[in-house]
Design a protein around this ligand. Structure first.
Ligand code: PLP
Length: 410
């Protein structure tokens, strides 16, 4: 860092300011986390210098014998951690992993059935503004109005009616467990592939805190930077039957040279996630999310579907007469980072929304537990409900994060 400070003080200052922002504020974005110094070390390494198109032992560049070891370790650890036949650790992101998975299974114009973005699905699951919505014929399912949980009868009816080639389960703002066995049954009934996009929950799967999609899905895509606590990036797990289709879909079809420094960092993260301490962390993430949802409900902030089984809670703000955008801004002024989010059947547009999404991976990594979740719920409720209280909430945020630093000072 001292070298960066000397040669490029402007960027050095950005790094320092961001470190301070992450430390001083409360980070409640459900898709973020604090990676370990070991993951950071692999990311900031000479592996970023190496071109390695291809796969270990089958590269299109010389000098890959060392980075091959990193990729083999990453794939072996991913296979072992998740009990998968095959792993591809090269996707640069979750979106790249999904692009490659679709390329492995579909042709342009094929039909896919996936969760609507407005009900918690991801952009890459068929939104019109994304490649997935432009290149495929997308049929969307959602959640029931009464339970706000996935309507499996609707999924089956739509599958029977539209005969999709691919069914996608997995979401970006869905607080409940997904019944992968039911999805498998529906996929089998109509002869579709089943893809589980486990970007949000794969860290909880690694820690045994939620059921794994691996035994049910033909392909599992995920990101490595959310609850899993690794570097930014993506990965794909699949059956032996699909291994070479998936590999060819990643390289050469959708990507060029892999990011070997990120792959080494993924290996580090998989190693960390296979240690016993990670189990306790994953269980605490879920216990904290439950405690946070319950405490927010006590504060009059209604959790969509009544609670959570995962790392996130989605809050319906309509009874408070506050929009998601207003709540996000009020929290930001108090040093609490979270995001506005559409809730199912939201009357507001996506830029405004009627909800906020809060996740517990970051605060759990900081060592916070159930008592701190109650404190956080009270701070969020105060910030959202009382504009005059922002300064005092900001002081409470500072006290809380000082006691649980994201990255210890010194
Ligand atoms: N899939 C799901 C379910 C996600 O939630 C996300 C990111 O939030 C992605 C895919 C895309 O990941 P990335 O942002 O790395 O492209």
């Amino acid at each position: 860092f001292s070298e960066l400070l000397r040669t490029d003080p402007e960027i050095a200052l950005v790094l320092l300011d961001e470190l301070e922002r992450q430390r001083a504020g409360l980070q409640l974005i459900a898709s973020e986390n604090f990676t370990s110094p070991a993951v950071m070390a692999a990311l900031g390494s000479t592996l970023t210098n190496k071109y390695a198109e291809g796969y270990p032992g089958r590269r299109y560049y010389g000098g890959c014998e060392v980075v091959d070891r990193a990729e083999r370790l990453a794939t072996d650890r991913a296979k072992q951690l998740f009990g998968a036949d095959h792993a591809n650790v090269q996707p640069h992101s979750g979106a790249s992993a999904n692009l490659a998975a679709y390329a492995a299974l579909l042709q342009p114009g094929d039909t896919m059935l996936a969760m609507a973005l407005s009900h918690g699905g991801h952009l890459t699951h068929g939104s019109k503004v994304n490649f997935s919505g432009r290149w495929f014929d997308v049929v969307a399912y959602g959640v029931r109005r009464d339970t706000e949980t996935i309507d499996y009868d609707e999924v089956r009816d739509l599958a029977l009616r539209h005969q999709p080639k691919l069914i996608i389960c997995g979401a970006t703002a869905y607080p409940r467990l997904i019944d992968f066995a039911v999805f498998r049954g529906i996929a089998d009934e109509v002869g579709a592939w089943l893809l589980a996009d486990a970007a949000h929950t794969i860290g909880l799967v690694a820690g045994g805190a939620v059921p794994s999609p691996v035994p049910y899905a033909d392909v599992v895509t995920f990101t490595t930077h959310k609850a899993l606590r690794g570097p930014r990036g993506g990965a794909i797990l699949c059956t032996d039957e699909l291994a070479s289709r998936v590999d060819r879909a990643v390289f050469p079809f959708t990507q060029g040279g892999p990011l070997m420094h990120a792959i080494a960092a993924k290996a580090v993260a998989f190693g960390e996630a296979s240690r016993p301490g990670f189990r306790a962390y994953a269980e605490q993430v879920v216990a904290n999310a439950r405690a946070l949802a319950d405490a927010l409900a006590v504060e009059g902030m209604r959790p969509v579907s009544g609670g959570t089984d995962t790392h996130l809670t989605l809050i319906d703000l309509r009874d408070l007469g506050v929009s998601g955008a207003e709540a996000e801004n009020a929290c930001a002024r108090a040093g609490i980072t979270l995001n506005r989010n559409t809730i199912p059947y939201d009357p507001e547009p996506p830029t405004v929304t009627s909800g906020i999404r809060l996740g517990t991976p970051c605060v759990t990594t900081q060592g916070m537990g159930v008592p701190e979740m109650k404190e956080i719920a009270s701070m969020v409720a105060q910030a959202v409900g009382d504009p005059g209280a922002i300064t005092s909430v900001a002081e409470r945020v500072t006290r809380l994060t000082r006691g649980h630093p994201a990255y210890p000072r010194g």
